[in-house]
Design a protein around this ligand. Structure first.
Ligand code: NAP
Length: 297
C-alpha cells in the first residue's frame, strides 16, 4: 500500500520559508515582493485558481496587484496592461491565467511579459535558459513535482521516469528537469502518438500523469513499488456535491495506491505545490530586481 504524499503539507512548508524570505527582503531593502495576476473572463476553474493564488500571496505577506478583465477585453488592451506592469518597478511578477478566450493569442501575451517578471516561466527566454541549465524561472507545476519528489525522499538519481503528457507547461519542462543533472533520471515522454503506452509506463520507477483525463492511468499500467505523481485535475459530475462536481486526477487512485510505493492525491497533491512554487518564483523575482541574493531555501 502506497504512502499518500501530503502535497498540502509540503507546500505549507515551502510557503513558510517564502514568507520569511519576503519579510527579510522587506527588512533589508524596504521592498514588498509583489505579484500581479491577470484573469480574463469568468471561467470557474480559472477563478478558483486565481483565488488560491491571491490567498497564498496574502499569507506570504506579499503585495497583490491582481487585475480582473472582462472576457471580451481586446488583445490590444491586455497587451497595454502588460506593458504598463512591465514598467512598474513596484510589480515584480506578472502572471496571466490561462487559458485565454479564443480571440486572444496566448503566445503573443506570454511573449509580452518581461522575462524578469515572468514568474510562470513560460516565456521562451526562461524556457531556453532552463533547457541549457542557466538561471531562469522554472514553470511552477513541474518545479513543484520535483520539489515533492525531493522532499519525500524519492530517489530520482538513476531512476527511470515516464511522463504521460507533453504540454509546454507541464510534461515538456518536467522532462527537462528530471533528465537534468540535479535529478539525473532517465526520462521517457509519452503522448497520444505513443505506441503501447502501458508497456512503457510499467517500466517507470517514477510515473507522472499530466494528461487531463480521469482514470487514464490504471493499476495494470503501474510497476509495483513505483512512485506515482498525478498532475491531472479533472471535474467529474457528482450529484452528492453542492457544486455538482468533484475533482479527480488522471490516476485510478484507489487501485493504484495498492500497487505503488508513493502516490499523490487529487486534490491536495501537486496543486498546492504549484502555488507554493509561484510564491517562490515571485520572491526570487523581487530579490533579483534589487540584487538581493541572501534569501536561502
Ligand atoms: P494539455 O495541454 O491538454 O496536454 C495533455 C497531454 O496529454 C498532451 O500531450 C496529450 O498528447 C496527452 N494525452 C492526452 N490523452 C492521452 C492519452 N490517452 N494517452 C497519452 N497521452 C495523452 O494538458 P496540460 O495543460 O499539461 O494539463 C494536463 C492536466 O494537468 C490537466 O488535467 C490540467 O488541469 C492539469 N494541471 C494541473 C496543474 C496543477 O497545478 N495541479 C497545473 C497544470 C495543469 P498530445 O500532445 O499528443 O495531444
Amino acid at each position: 500500500m502506497a504512502v499518500v504524499i501530503d502535497g498540502a503539507e509540503i507546500a505549507r512548508r515551502v510557503k513558510e520559508r517564502v514568507a520569511s524570505g519576503v519579510a527579510e527582503l522587506e527588512k533589508e531593502k524596504g521592498v514588498k515582493a509583489c505579484l500581479s495576476v491577470i484573469l480574463v473572463g469568468d471561467d470557474p476553474a480559472s477563478i478558483s485558481y486565481v483565488t488560491g493564488k491571491e490567498k497564498a500571496l496574502a499569507e506570504a505577506g506579499m503585495a497583490d496587484r491582481s487585475v480582473r478583465l472582462p472576457a471580451d477585453v481586446s488583445q490590444e488592451e491586455l497587451l497595454a496592461l502588460i506593458a504598463e506592469l512591465n514598467e512598474d518597478d513596484s510589480v515584480h511578477g506578472i502572471l496571466v491565467q490561462l487559458p485565454l478566450p479564443g480571440h486572444i493569442d496566448s503566445r503573443k501575451v506570454i511573449m509580452a511579459i518581461k522575462p524578469e517578471k515572468d514568474v510562470d516561466g513560460f516565456h521562451p527566454v526562461n524556457l531556453g535558459n532552463m533547457v541549457i541549465g542557466s538561471r531562469s524561472f522554472i514553470p511552477c507545476t513541474p518545479n513543484g513535482v520535483v520539489k515533492l519528489l525531493k522532499e519525500t525522499g524519492i530517489q530520482t538519481d538513476g531512476a527511470r521516469a515516464v511522463i504521460v503528457g507533453r504540454s509546454n507547461i507541464v510534461g515538456k519542462p518536467l522532462s527537462i528537469l528530471l533528465s537534468g543533472r540535479d535529478c539525473n533520471s532517465t526520462v521517457t515522454l509519452c503522448h497520444t502518438g505513443t505506441r503501447n503506452l502501458p508497456e512503457i509506463t510499467r517500466q517507470a520507477d517514477i510515473l507522472v500523469a499530466a494528461v487531463g483525463r480521469p482514470g487514464v492511468i490504471t493499476a495494470d499500467m503501474v510497476k509495483p513499488g513505483a512512485a506515482v505523481i498525478d498532475v491531472g485535475v479533472n471535474r467529474v459530475p457528482d450529484s452528492s456535491k453542492k457544486s455538482g462536481f468533484r475533482l479527480t486526477g488522471d490516476v485510478d487512485f484507489e487501485a493504484v495506491k495498492e500497487k505503488a510505493s508513493f502516490i499523490t492525491p487529487v486534490p491536495k497533491g501537486v496543486g498546492p505545490m504549484t502555488i507554493a512554487m509561484l510564491m517562490y518564483n515571485t520572491l526570487e523575482a523581487a530579490c533579483l530586481a534589487y540584487g538581493y541574493d541572501k534569501v536561502r531555501f
